[in-house]
Design a protein around this ligand. Structure first.
Ligand code: PLZ
Length: 490
């Protein structure tokens, strides 16, 4: 186990300006206690950016301790919950994850696009620890607290559009999507919801219905929620007729299908990931999202941008919609919002959000105070360290190297992405036939070499790269070299 002292994490916790002190005796105790927490963090912190930023393999992957834990896991954890790598984490920070055997792995996954600010990020840890020492829960629906309001204010400030907005906070991305649909139905008095091919919106009943892919998300879990209409995604590589046809035809095809199969006047919402995540990091051609937004506005349809994976600086702007100036009526966020603590949000036009009667929205834990404190720390980090700029820089480093790799390996049919949301799609050379086996082999080789990479895609044939936005450039380059080696041993 690594131990380090005087971490920036502890330092920022100790000196954070504006740390509130409640003037009562009980409050003073809380202040003392939070200072005590900071002291503990100074002495025992094992993660965060102070971790040595290097890949280091001291055992095979997985090592003996992880193998033992895997055996325990199989006797205690349900089989349906799977893990990409059979290694158990003990610490993480910056661009590395340290496992139970002492291996230090390069992280190109960020826990599925969550720790964009880095794991155990100093401001996240300090704010969450301070809040945890004050109170861990009152339930916002019973006695509210400022952190929740402050997160909603930040969401209003950061999400696309300068119209008046309201937010509601939840615990997971799926819950946010469920609520966005609830609110859109209520506000419009309509029932139909339009979702796209290759979409991923969650694992609850309604969000499974919105999700396109059967295995592993839906198989055997039906019946699903009704009134969902599916339309093709503007997927340049796989559009019949190719990328140029996609650019010119996709919007027409989608809007025609909505007209003929659902009827615009019945549609409460169109939900779309502006860059699709689990479905394969699919970036629609320019003009598609603005055209869709215009269509929705014309017909009184609520456009929901699911920015759960693409949001919070991941694509090189605060939100993926920002690249084309698209202003959705509602945005769902989660993942990157709180540096790893569970928090999600629906942010939307005030008149839509406020349509719902008091008491119509909520949940015991939604907007938990510790998660809100973490979110304020994460958002402050993104703003003050210009993580959107970091994401663009990551893309500038990754995309050219991946394009070069594609020249050498005809299995790579497409290199795509935005900012630090980047992927390669693998096919049988010269065809569109997916090569999931190649993706799995490359991923396994990377894992063995100490690089955490994830796969995705409707056909399991996409390797995706989502490094923490604070990753050092040396580690980023080293990770890319490991990937290149993995391809060369195919
Ligand atoms: N919308 C766009 O990416 C979560 C799923 C991992 P939750 N994606 C990771 C898995 O296999 O379960 C996601 C997303 C988009 C919604 C969600 C759902 O977010 O926080 O996992 O519920």
């Amino acid at each position: 186990m690594q131990a380090f002292k005087g971490s920036p994490c502890a330092a920022s916790g100790a000196t954070r300006p504006g740390a509130r002190r409640v003037p009562s005796a009980a409050g003073q105790k809380t202040g003392l206690f939070s200072r005590y927490i900071v002291l503990i963090m100074t002495e025992f912190a094992v993660g965060g950016p102070g971790l040595p930023q290097q890949r280091r393999l001291v055992t095979e992957i997985p090592g003996p301790v992880s193998r033992e834990l895997m055996a325990r896991r199989s006797q205690a954890v349900a089989r349906g919950v799977s893990s990409t790598m059979p290694v158990f984490a003990t610490a993480a920070g910056g661009g590395v994850i340290v496992d139970a055997d002492g291996n230090s792995l390069i992280d190109f996954g960020s826990g599925i696009a969550v720790v964009s600010v880095g794991n155990a990020a100093p401001r996240v840890v300090a704010r969450a620890a301070e809040q945890a020492a004050r109170f861990t829960h009152t339930c916002f629906m019973v006695t509210p607290y400022e952190g929740y309001v402050a997160v909603c204010e930040e969401l209003a400030r950061r999400t696309p559009g300068d119209h008046e907005k309201r937010s509601a906070l939840f615990n997971s991305g799926a819950e946010a999507v469920e609520n966005a649909v609830k609110i859109a139905r209520y506000a419009t008095g309509r029932q139909a919801v339009v979702a796209f091919d290759h979409a991923y919106h969650g694992r609850t009943n309604l969000t499974m219905a919105l999700t396109a892919k059967n295995m592993p998300y839906k198989q055997g879990f039906g019946p699903f929620a009704g009134e969902i209409y599916r339309v093709p995604m503007a997927y340049p590589l796989r559009w019949p007729g190719g990328p140029d046809a996609c650019r010119s035809d996709a919007l027409r095809v989608v809007t025609e299908l909505i007209h003929t199969q659902a009827g615009e006047e019945n549609v409460a919402a169109v939900i779309i990931e502006p860059v699709q995540g689990e479905g394969g990091f699919i970036v629609p051609p320019p003009g598609f999202l603005p055209g869709l937004a215009e269509f929705c506005a014309r017909h009184g349809i609520v456009l929901i941008a699911d920015e759960i994976q693409s949001g919070f600086c991941r694509t090189g702007d605060w939100f993926a919609c920002d690249h084309e100036g698209v202003v959705p009526d509602m945005v769902t966020t989660a993942k990157g919002i709180a540096g790893g603590l569970p928090l999600a949000a629906v942010t939307g036009r005030a008149e839509i959000m406020d349509a719902v009667h008091p008491g119509g929205l909520g949940g015991t834990y939604g907007g938990n105070p510790v998660a809100c404190a973490a979110a304020l720390g994460a958002i402050e980090t993104m703003a003050s360290e210009d993580l959107a700029g970091r994401a663009r820089r990551i893309g500038e480093i990754m995309l050219p190297r991946l394009r070069k790799l594609a020249e050498k390996h005809p299995e790579i049919a497409d290199v795509r992405g935005r900012g630090a949301m980047v992927a390669v799609e693998l096919t049988v050379p010269g065809t569109l036939e997916p090569s999931p086996d190649v993706a799995a082999r490359v991923a396994r080789a990377c894992h063995r070499a100490g690089l955490v990479v994830l796969t995705c895609g409707t056909f399991y044939n996409v390797l995706r790269f989502l490094p923490p936005l604070v990753i050092g450039e040396d580690l980023l380059e080293e990770g890319l070299s490991i990937l290149e080696d993995a391809f060369s041993t195919l």
